[in-house]
Design a protein. Sequence first.
Length: 135
Amino acid sequence: MHIQNDIDQELALLRKVAMRMDAIFTIPGTRVTVGLDNIFGLVPVVGDLLAMAPSVWMIHRAHKIGATPGTIAYMSLNTALDFVIGSIPIIGDIFDVVYNANLRNYRALETNLNRRAARAREVRTTRIPETAWMA
């Protein structure tokens, strides 16, 4: 069983989804990206619900691969904020383009998992004196 390979594959898939939702292309002459979330958001209510489905799926997958409860809460808050403000006509469309909740969620997940892996390496490399566990 190759846990690290499985997590790397899962992260690659989640990154791909986040990029498609928030950054399919860049508006020429700017650093502003547009993705499916922005396009779906142009259709009132239904579009925002469609755009929220991959975000919720990403949160579910993050939980499955070991994200901490704090990171899951942060991702959920980003998704809720994206949905609520994104539902407001015109202002929500501008917010969606600027905020990029899916990319924020992916970065938070990646950071969280890297920190957890670093802590696990520290624990694994710490040697316990034989007398401590033999007693």
